[in-house]
Design a protein around this ligand. Structure first.
Ligand SMILES: O=C(CO)COP(=O)(O)O
Length: 249
């Protein structure tokens, strides 16, 4: 049986309290059935998580965008998985390419964060994906294989881990891979997951991310082994985000 689809929004470093109105509108849409059978999650900046959890009232899940590998301690500016869970978050994105690039996060560091998420009771959404140069050099599957091998926590199950395949060159550019390319990479990820986690690997949701919009969601999300989307820019506007989730209605 295919896993329950997940449509997750990553607000990145966007959103003030006023934008909670967009979250409210997303929740209203979801409670009226706009996302059909899909689970919906919004990952606002950490500053809004507490209020977002209250506003969402469990209609949609709320997630963080990063966590530290430790639980507490002398790490100025960092936030632990336990702190996010304490606010009522249920997911956390780890290893987004923007963090890998801006903060030099290695796959080893990402794995430690994913393990911390599980320890803290959060479901990590582990991001992987190749750069333009890597794709042009024909190295996409190698890169994906290495990032999976390095970033994934042990003991993952369909219920506690999500993968997001986000080609770096497709993020915020309006460019997307062809459906054939998406199908190839997602089938490869599925194989790697079942090789590592056995039957659970078939249940782990593998999201596609990178310039997902209402106009292309229908085509991208029906590709085999695509179990939902991780949406950046289009998750900031309720009408766009719901327009994507509608694929599952
Ligand atoms: O990075 C992304 C989600 O994590 C994708 O961003 P865009 O949807 O804005 O391309």
């Amino acid at each position: 049986m295919a896993p329950k689809p997940l449509v997750a929004g990553n607000w990145k470093m966007n959103g003030r309290r006023a934008e909670l109105a967009e979250l409210q509108a997303i929740c209203e849409g979801v409670s009226k059935g706009a996302a059909g059978s899909a689970e919906v999650v919004v990952c606002p900046p950490a500053t809004l998580i507490g209020e977002a959890v209250k506003a969402a009232a469990k209609t949609v899940g709320i997630g963080g965008q990063d966590c530290h590998a430790g639980k507490d301690g002398a790490h100025t500016g960092d936030i632990s998985a336990e702190m996010l869970a304490d606010l009522g978050a249920s997911y956390v994105i780890v290893g987004h390419s923007e963090r890998r690039a801006d903060h030099g996060e290695t796959s080893e560091a990402v794995r430690a964060k994913a393990e911390a998420a599980l320890r803290g009771g959060l479901k990590p959404i582990v991001c992987i994906g190749e750069t333009r140069e890597e794709r042009d050099a024909g190295r996409t599957l190698d890169v994906v294989e290495n990032q999976l091998a390095g970033s994934l926590p042990d003991g993952a199950t369909g219920g506690n881990l999500v993968i997001a395949y986000e080609p770096v060159w497709a993020i915020g550019t309006g460019l997307t891979p062809t459906v054939t390319d998406v199908a190839e990479v997602h089938a490869f990820i599925r194989e790697a997951l079942t090789a590592r986690f056995g039957a659970e690997g078939a249940k782990i949701r593998v999201l596609y991310g990178g310039s997902v919009k209402p106009a292309n969601a229908g085509e991208l999300l029906k590709v085999a082994n695509v179990d939902g989307a991780l949406v950046g820019g289009a998750s900031l506007k309720a009408s766009d985000f719901l327009g994507i989730a509608k694929v599952y209605a």
